[in-house]
Design a protein around this ligand. Structure first.
Ligand code: 8YV
Length: 321
């Protein structure tokens, strides 16, 4: 049998990764009318390859009795019910580290853009307004600003590292104090927001961080404050964010992620005080190639010996042997 004959792809992935899976004989879960395909092949499938945003929920796990591995293309895996996978002894892998730099670069890009008003200034030049209208208002200085990082993991740490070169004062909130960190810890998102000019969201998605940035946190950030989000739209109360921006209770936002991608609220698109990106945090040639390679390494390693190279948690060995 072909190498990936017991592998199922769920959802769209990088085209070259989909081709590699297909060349190895992987099956594809159809978007609709899944019953026919599952009826014929469900019992054979031991591994799913999917993106963090699509993932595998309990209902699909129910249909795949031999499933032992959920391999994610991406560091986030919030589209998968990981608790349910763990309970069933199904392993979960992701692609950490290889995208840290690209996503941290994106956060800095958004931060500089929104504080300095570069995208808005670009629109002003393109519209021919330089010759007809007053200059855009003066912007905020990035260097020396006070920045709070929500989620001081790999990506949050890489963002902080970059901000040090801008002489920023850095604080953070994290579910646990990071003992090795030189930055000031704040015990809640709200306290952190009250202490900084820019709040950067770098926390993992999922139920534990759902709307961690709520209305009160946005109000603590205040009318001179900016929000950056390169994590997941679910971490921010998007309705509260729109209202805060519309009413001027928040100065601006730089967003790579949204609550209901690819839907972006019309109200956000109408605002000049936001920079909006279509979830491109990791979207460089180099990083996506490294993510693809690591995804295939995890899959091949699982097929060879039942373990992942970069596990969130390994498949339950007792049950596979
Ligand atoms: C990917 C991401 O674009 O890694 C993540 O968690 O959100 C991005 O790097 C996405 O997961 C790929 O579908």
């Amino acid at each position: 049998p072909q190498r990936f004959s017991r592998v199922l792809r769920v959802g769209g992935l990088k085209p070259s990764l989909m081709e590699a899976l297909e060349a190895g004989g992987a099956l594809v879960l159809p978007d609709d009318d899944r019953d026919d395909m599952l009826g014929r092949h469900a019992d054979e499938i031991v591994a799913v390859v999917t993106s963090g945003r699509v993932g595998v929920k309990a209902d699909l796990m129910d249909r795949l009795p031999a499933l032992r591995a959920i391999v994610h293309f991406g560091v986030g895996y919030d589209g998968t019910d990981a608790d349910e996978a763990r309970r069933r002894g199904i392993g979960v892998s992701n692609t950490p580290d290889v995208l840290t730099d690209a996503v941290a670069d994106t956060a800095l890009g958004l931060l500089i853009d929104i504080l300095r008003g570069f995208s808005a200034a670009d629109r002003y030049v393109r519209a021919g307004e330089w010759t007809t209208k007053p200059m855009p208002p003066l912007a905020r200085q990035v260097s020396g600003s006070r920045v709070g990082i929500l989620g001081l993991g790999r990506i949050g740490g890489a963002i902080a590292h970059r901000l040090e070169a801008f002489d920023c004062t850095i604080g953070y909130h994290n579910r646990n104090v990071v003992e090795s960190s030189p930055y000031q810890y704040y015990s809640s998102p709200r306290e952190l927001a009250a202490a900084v000019e820019v709040l950067v969201v770098a926390a993992a998605g999922g139920p534990e961080t759902q709307q961690l940035v709520d209305r009160e946190t946005l109000d603590a950030l205040g009318p001179d404050g900016f929000l950056i989000n390169v994590a997941r739209g679910s971490v921010v109360d998007e309705d509260a964010l729109v209202e805060a921006l519309q009413s001027g209770r928040l100065a601006g936002a730089g967003l790579d992620v949204f609550a209901h991608e690819p839907e972006v609220p019309d109200a956000l698109r109408a605002l000049d005080t936001v920079v909006l990106l279509p979830h491109v945090g990791s979207a460089t040639v180099q990083t996506r190639a490294a993510m693809e390679a690591l995804t295939l390494e995890n899959l091949n390693s699982f097929l060879a010996d039942g373990t992942f190279v970069t596990p969130v948690f390994q498949p339950d060995q007792k049950e596979t042997r």
